[in-house]
Design a protein around this ligand. Structure first.
Ligand SMILES: Nc1ncnc2c1ncn2[C@@H]1O[C@H](COP(=O)(O)OP(=O)(O)OP(=O)(O)O)[C@@H](O)[C@H]1O
Length: 439
């Protein structure tokens, strides 16, 4: 099992530095065979592929192993003719739009059985179970919101799996808002609107991820409005996920917002320590890895941000121990995670501006510009506040960045946000979400 963990991490790292063509030609067919005395053994389909990879990618692979914490990065290539495709336990998040069978877009790991219920998500979980038991009848739509990597997609897919096995005749469609938008644009361009409408209006369960991205997209909102109505009136189930509640999705047409509020709105919060430990244990069990309890506790204490990072950290510890030929212990975990948590991010003002603009569904030039519309003023103040907090920029520099404003304007904005943060839990949550986006 461990070699898959390591290889998946290596691939994730390598992908950032090579082209898709290189990746698909040389890396997709490599199979991790095992780790023997700290040496990662990799299976390649032909000796030609082996030689090519050795000649051109040795450094790339070694660098990835170093990054994973291997003291001496070593790997060996073995020719495995016919190279059987193994079951991928790391089935990546589904890529909507790439498959023709909507059910295959559901990630097989994202089931109710694999979902740990804690105080942070029990309401959302209960609502999802109720919907899975009687789609279209319990809560419609079900609107799940919460920060990055906290399990919204997992819960949606879990409903999909459960409905698929209980009611095999029902048609299920999972789609991200981005894909919905892209498909809509394509349908308009290719004059295929009838097909597009038929497809989305004939489903029994529609799962739409990241609906906050519909903000500011008028045509998509219009089309989604009609899809929503058609399904709702026919008693079909709709589940929506978002990083914020409907009332905080600015530039969302009022008629859509009110529809999103018709059913049940439920949130997922960050998990507390016990739930984080339980999630780590479940993950290890799912992947067949044995780890001492104190290591779970250690990881759960240092990684508090989100569950995706929690899982990533567990995998890093497993990979680190295996590559260095040591048993997993608390000390080893601390070493494996040390550089991850030492590095404090330094952001560029542009990056922060972009994250704030995206969050509020605005353009960056609107944030920088002179507009005094209510919807722009607060986001602009938030951007100034975050730039001050997360960069070394001085007040005059920030003023300059915002189209040459005076530093007193920046100071005023920062004070406004500071004051508001004292008792505005909504704003506190929004700032947390933006920081999470920055990573
Ligand atoms: N309660 C849970 N129990 C077990 N695993 C969980 C739980 N919540 C989240 N996870 C895992 O955490 C990872 C991130 O979850 P998911 O992708 O559903 O988050 P998300 O809220 O949809 O994030 P994003 O906002 O980035 O779309 C997944 O691997 C998921 O299986």
């Amino acid at each position: 099992m461990t070699q898959h963990t390591i290889w998946q991490n290596v691939l994730d790292y390598i992908r950032q530095s090579i082209t898709d063509v290189e990746y698909n030609t040389w890396f997709v067919k490599i199979r991790p065979l095992g780790v023997y005395n700290g040496v990662l053994e990799l299976g390649v389909p032909t000796s030609f592929a082996g030689e090519w990879i050795k000649k051109h990618y040795t450094e790339t692979i070694q660098e990835a192993l170093l990054h994973l914490g291997a003291q001496t990065p070593r790997f060996e290539l073995k020719v495995i003719p016919g190279n059987p495709v193994q079951e991928d336990i790391f089935s990546a998040a589904p890529e909507p739009g790439k498959s023709t069978d909507p059910r295959s877009r559901l990630n097989s790991k994202y089931t109710f059985e694999n979902f740990v219920v804690g105080p942070n998500n029990s309401m959302a979980h209960a609502a999802a179970v109720a919907v899975a038991e009687s789609p279209g009848k319990a809560y419609n739509p079900l609107f799940i919101y919460g920060g990055v990597g906290l399990g919204k997609t997992h819960l949606m897919h879990a409903v999909g799996h459960s409905v698929a096995s209980r009611f095999p005749q029902l048609k299920i469609e999972y789609i991200s808002t981005e894909t919905f938008t892209n498909e809509l644009i394509e349908a308009i361009q290719k004059d295929r609107m009838t097909e597009f409408r038929d497809r989305y209006r004939s489903v029994d369960l529609l799962l739409v991820d990241d609906i906050q991205f519909i903000a500011g997209k008028e045509r998509t909102q219009e089309e989604f409005f009609h899809t929503f109505n058609a399904l709702y009136e026919a008693g079909k189930q709709i589940i929506l996920s978002s990083d914020r509640p409907p009332k905080d999705i600015l530039t969302l047409a009022a008629r859509l917002r009110s529809r999103f509020e018709w059913g049940l709105i439920t949130d997922i919060q960050s998990p507390e320590l016990e739930t984080r430990v339980a999630i780590l244990k479940m993950n290890a069990e799912y992947r067949g890895i044995r780890i001492p309890d104190e290591v779970f506790e250690y990881i759960a204490k240092v990684v508090t941000s989100n569950i995706r990072e929690l899982e990533g950290s567990l995998m890093r510890v497993v990979a680190y121990a295996s590559l260095n030929g040591v048993e997993i212990s608390k000390q080893v975990a601390a070493r494996a995670l040390s550089d991850v948590f030492m590095a404090k991010a330094e952001y560029a003002p542009e990056e922060i501006l972009r994250a704030v603009a995206e969050f509020y569904g605005l353009r960056t030039d609107e944030l920088k510009g002179a507009g005094r519309r209510k919807e722009v003023v607060l986001p602009r103040q938030v951007a100034m506040y975050l730039i001050r907090e997360l960069t070394h920029s001085s007040l005059p520099e920030i003023g300059q960045f915002f189209d040459g404003r005076d530093h007193t304007t920046v100071l005023y904005a920062i004070q406004k946000v500071q004051e508001a943060l004292d008792n505005d839990t909504n704003l506190q949550q929004n700032l947390r979400a933006i920081r999470e986006r920055l990573g």
